[in-house]
Write a protein that binds this ligand. Structure first.
Ligand code: ZN
Length: 121
């Protein structure tokens, strides 16, 4: 999503917090205004965290790679500069705890294999 579109969408999203504030203020009428507003904002935060997460999600159009020096290629054992595919549109290894790095040649082979199996687009 382009930034301007996100901005417009976000401004409309922001308006959705108005009914929550109004309902909580109405339900807790007579209580301390500051406390009621804190409660309303807390409820809004519980809901809008998830919506804002979608709005501000980063879209990957190009594959994201991690490059590291002096790796041991998991395919051939060569020690050299290595690569690891981290993220594509449908592939996510950002939180991978056991990262596998490969030499340039084996990386190309692995990409071919993943493409042929339809794991990555
Ligand atoms: Zn290799």
């Amino acid at each position: 999503m382009q930034l301007f579109k996100k901005y417009i969408f976000y401004l409309f999203r922001w308006q959705l917090s108005t009914p929550i504030l109004a309902i909580v203020l109405w339900l807790l009428h007579g209580y301390n205004g500051i406390i009621v507003t804190i409660i309303a904002n807390f409820i809004g935060g519980l809901i809008f965290f998830w919506i804002d997460r979608i709005i501000f999600r980063v879209e990957f159009t190009n594959p994201l790679w991690e490059i590291r020096d002096n790796i041991t290629c998991v395919s051939c054992g060569k020690i050299c500069e290595g690569f690891r595919l981290v993220k594509t549109k449908n592939y996510d290894r950002i939180n991978d705890k056991q990262s596998e790095f490969r030499c340039p040649e084996c990386s190309k082979e692995k990409i071919k294999e993943l493409s042929n199996r339809g794991v990555i687009i």
